[in-house]
Design a protein around this ligand. Structure first.
Ligand code: ATP
Length: 499
């Protein structure tokens, strides 16, 4: 990505894309509010996904399942027992960290004798901070420096009693870490008036299980035939130990998930090809909504990193300003989920092939992407700065399909009633189909600049010539080229561009 995270965060705040949640009460870590432009961008991303994955396909149907459901679902799916991350605490500062997000270095004193370990959150100046922490650790242990550092990736390699943690590279003061322990990421709540254990329920940590538990309902209430998919967009909640990197890892987020049910096959070539086809489809989708292909890559999980039931998993990665990280996961989950729910509920998940009468539990391919991560990738791809007529501008080159505002309508002057009237009329006409802005304040150049920063792809100006021949000036955000078009041409052009 061309920009620092801080540029993106401040643009989001300044222009009303994203605000930190509960800001007037000093914030609430891991939660965010989406402002007027943000909610439009989010909705457009979700709409594009729904159109492309559901409405424009003949083999996928939609679903909207409840956020809170029977806790038995999460027992059967394995989330109650195993949806956890390794957590460590700093004994002094009481801060908590996700162990696998810490960077470790082994420290030796000047004579090369082992002294302990330092660890800190991954970050740009990690090496420098580690060196500083190592020095402080030696001082604390009254050993001689200079510290010798050797990086250590795997948490399990080190003895927790020898850790020194640097919560903040600024302080440089080492703390001591507890041993790692599992921390379940599901948020608990209670349902009904009882407050004993029987009322415990969970906010869903993914939308997928609502799809699996409705598999039979969808099969018997619609005309779907394997292979087919069920798609869902909805909120998910995870009590992340260290929410960070803005909206990349938050505690409340939204997922767009699709479970594509296929006939099981043990022919490796076949199921690998089915999985690869979905990875390709999803990669093309991201590029299609304006994510920069140069910042996208695919990472295949190594067999030893796969969940025990998964046949394959590929992540679509994006080069965020803080590094290359997962944007979307695309897993071949075999028949695990349907089988788990069938044995826990006692209700069969078998599908009967109408023609051959063969019965089987389908396998499933799951492309799963976070709306918020997609939002961030779209924003990072669109962020640009250039110089037009000697003047620097910041612009967001959103694809018209996802742009929060599609058109800015400007009357050239405020004090001409005919021009104002004609601009209002055009604005109303465009508003029937699109989110459109009307701006009569300030000089035209400034109005263009405001729209450029909001990522509005087109601006139209109603001027004196409009009163003569009805045409308006259409200005393109990226090239800044202008041409005259009739209102009918404009309406058709915008509709086409935003499809
Ligand atoms: P990570 O390894 O980054 O925690 P994950 O592999 O646990 O992610 P999945 O369980 O595969 O993620 O969830 C599917 C998608 O949901 C992810 O690719 C991501 O886009 C999104 N997602 C998951 N956790 C979060 C989160 N805490 N905040 C925002 N989006 C998330």
């Amino acid at each position: 990505c061309k920009k620092d995270m801080s540029d993106i965060v401040s643009l989001c705040k300044r222009r009303g894309f994203v605000y930190p949640s509960s800001e007037i009460y000093s914030g609430f870590a891991g939660f965010f509010d989406y402002g007027p432009l943000g909610v439009e961008l989010r909705n457009n991303i979700k709409r594009a996904w729904w159109e492309d994955m559901v409405q424009r396909r003949d083999d996928v149907v939609g679903l909207d399942s409840s956020i809170i459901a029977s806790p038995r679902i999460w027992e059967a799916s394995g989330h109650v027992a195993g949806f956890s991350d390794p957590m460590v605490d700093c004994k002094e500062s009481k801060q908590r960290f996700r162990a696998d997000q810490l960077f470790f270095a082994k420290v030796a004193d000047g004579a090369g004798a082992h002294a302990g370990y330092v660890s800190l959150l991954e970050g740009a100046d990690m090496e420098a901070a580690a060196a500083k922490a190592a020095g402080a650790l030696l001082k604390k242990l009254k050993r001689d420096g200079p510290a010798q550092l050797s990086p250590l990736r795997d948490f399990t390699e080190a003895d927790p009693s020898e850790y020194a943690l640097v919560p903040s590279p600024a302080t440089g003061e080492p703390g001591t870490l507890t041993a790692p322990r599992d921390f379940n990421l599901m948020f608990q709540t209670s349902v009904g008036a009882m407050t004993d254990g029987s009322s415990v329920a969970y906010l869903r940590p993914e939308t997928a299980q609502g799809i699996f538990t409705n598999f039979k309902n969808v099969v018997s209430s619609t005309r779907v035939k394997v292979p087919f998919g069920i798609a869902q967009i909805g909120k998910a909640f995870r009590n992340e130990i260290t929410p960070r990197n803005f909206i990349f890892r938050s505690r409340e987020f939204e997922q767009m998930e699709l479970e594509y049910f296929i006939k099981p096959t043990d022919v490796e070539e076949e199921w690998r090809a089915q999985h690869a086809a979905w990875v390709e489809t999803r990669l093309a989708w991201h590029i299609g909504i304006g994510i920069d292909p140069a910042l996208l890559s695919i990472e295949q999980h190594k067999p030893d990193k796969l969940a025990h039931y998964a046949r394959a998993c590929s992540d679509i990665m994006f080069k965020f300003p803080f590094g290359v990280s997962e944007l979307e996961g695309c897993a071949h989950r075999g028949g695990y989920d349907l089988t788990q729910h069938a044995s826990a509920s006692g209700k069969s998940a078998e599908y009967t092939d109408e023609e051959t009468k063969a019965k089987y539990v389908p396998h499933v391919i799951e492309p799963s992407v976070g709306v918020d991560r997609c939002f961030l990738a779209v924003l990072c791809s669109a962020y640009a700065e250039d110089v037009v007529n000697g003047e620097a501008r910041t612009l967001l080159r959103f694809h018209p399909r996802v742009a929060p505002i599609k058109v800015g309508v400007f009357p050239l002057v405020k004090n001409n009633e005919q021009i104002m009237e004609s601009a209002r009329e055009l604005h109303k006409r465009l508003q029937r189909r699109h989110n459109v802005a009307f701006d009569a304040a300030g000089n035209i150049g400034r109005r263009y600049r405001r729209m450029d920063e909001a990522g509005t792809p087109f601006c139209v100006t109603v001027d004196f010539q409009t009163l003569e021949d009805g045409t308006v000036t259409l200005r393109d955000r990226d090239s800044t080229a202008q041409r005259r078009v009739s209102p009918d041409e404009l309406v058709a052009f915008v509709a086409d561009a935003c499809e």
